[in-house]
Design a protein around this ligand. Structure first.
Ligand code: ATP
Length: 350
């Protein structure tokens, strides 16, 4: 079902947690709210779930205004970071619970519990108690319990926060597969930008109680609308230059001609570390500089270099690395670095 929130304001004493939030999650869409701590993500989710009543604004599920409806009337499934399973109930009993609350018949409950267990591949664990399961298994039970009653909307609040990296990655894929298969409208909260980029149809970047940008992962990554978004998503080189007409002067690199003229005066250019060219590749780039390698960090599949161009700002570069590749330039070496207009994005000022 489609979710729409409009004009949501929520204050706690002197703190404005949500300051006019408008957002629509389309039917079957996986939309992520991404933002730093305190940006209002949880408050937004609670307003949608019915655990907080906004001071202003409207929450709509399908064609129904549910702004004032209690949580139990909203037909929403939720998964939190801390599992929140009933510790004294078995896995099967935990799964049966939301169905019992909805007065589903015994035979139907047994059928649906079996089906849900199969869906999250926990068939063999029906009779275990939550404490007899690993964190990842508990979270799969929590997920199954959130969807077993066929909710109109799934809300996920940092559901992988307590899991180690490997488990988190496999559960991310599992959740996404399940969500697609069931075509569940999903609102997902995370402060982990990598997770947001991997999982989402669209991402809403929040800061200070407002949505700063809403777009597909590649839109927010490649075309951030502000310095905050550019900095928050992915690693970035933010280079200060000066524009005059279509020419931008970049310290250490000289002038670069852009296809479209930004406003004359100071401009901020975003150059992602993987877009910075090095060595032979940089020779043909219209903007070039000689740079000293300050530091090299091996990351397995790639290598990250911190570089200091003569007369320019320090920059990060990230190069893919195959096992057969020779090591990149050693620390202290001088390399040619460069970029072309297509490698950069002019970050709007705001
Ligand atoms: P985190 O990632 O740390 O969970 P968040 O983005 O989810 O952060 P919220 O929990 O929504 O942020 O909080 C937004 C702001 O509202 C914060 O300044 C927080 O301190 C404040 N806040 C949230 N709930 C309450 C409350 N019940 N009483 C008072 N202030 C609150």
């Amino acid at each position: 079902m489609r979710l729409e929130v409009s004009g949501i304001v929520k204050r706690f004493g002197g703190v404005t947690a949500l300051n006019g939030v408008d957002l629509a999650v389309e039917e079957g869409e996986f939309l992520t709210i991404l933002g730093p701590s305190g940006s209002g993500k949880t408050t937004l989710l609670k307003s949608v779930a019915g655990f907080e009543v906004p001071d202003e604004g409207v929450v709509r599920l399908g064609d129904q205004d549910v702004t004032m409806a209690p949580a139990r009337h909203r037909n929403v499934g939720m998964v939190f970071q801390n599992y929140a399973l009933f510790p004294h109930l078995t896995v099967a009993e935990n799964l049966a619970f939301p169905l019992q609350m909805r007065s589903v018949g015994k035979a139907e409950i047994a059928r649906r519990v079996k089906e849900a267990l199969a869906l999250v591949e926990l068939d063999a664990f029906a009779e275990r108690l939550p404490r007899q399961l690993s964190g990842g298994q508990q979270q799969r039970v929590a997920l199954a319990r959130a969807i077993i009653f066929g909710p109109a909307l799934l809300l996920l609040d940092e559901p992988f926060g307590a899991l180690d990296r490997k488990l988190r990655e496999s559960l991310q894929l599992e959740v996404r597969r399940l969500q697609r298969r069931l075509r569940l409208t999903t609102l997902f909260i995370t402060h982990d930008q990598e997770e947001a980029l991997i999982m989402s149809d669209r991402i809403a970047v929040m800061d200070k109680g407002r949505i700063q940008q809403l777009g597909t992962p590649s839109e927010v990554y490649d075309f951030p609308v502000s310095r905050f978004v550019a900095d928050f998503i992915g690693e970035s080189n933010l280079i200060e230059g000066t524009a005059q007409g279509t020419e931008v002067y970049v310290p250490g690199f000289g002038a670069l001609t852009l296809p479209q003229a930004p406003a004359s005066g100071p401009v901020t250019l975003l150059l992602r570390p993987e877009a910075l060219r090095l060595g032979a590749e940089a020779q043909a780039a219209p903007c070039r500089a000689q740079a000293t390698v300050l530091e090299t960090v091996f990351l397995g599949l790639s290598v990250k270099l911190r570089l200091r161009p003569e007369g320019g700002p320090d920059l990060l570069a990230r190069l893919p690395l195959r096992p057969s590749d020779p090591p990149p330039a050693p620390d202290g070496a001088t390399v040619t670095i460069g970029f072309a207009p297509g490698d950069i994005h002019v970050v709007p000022r705001g």
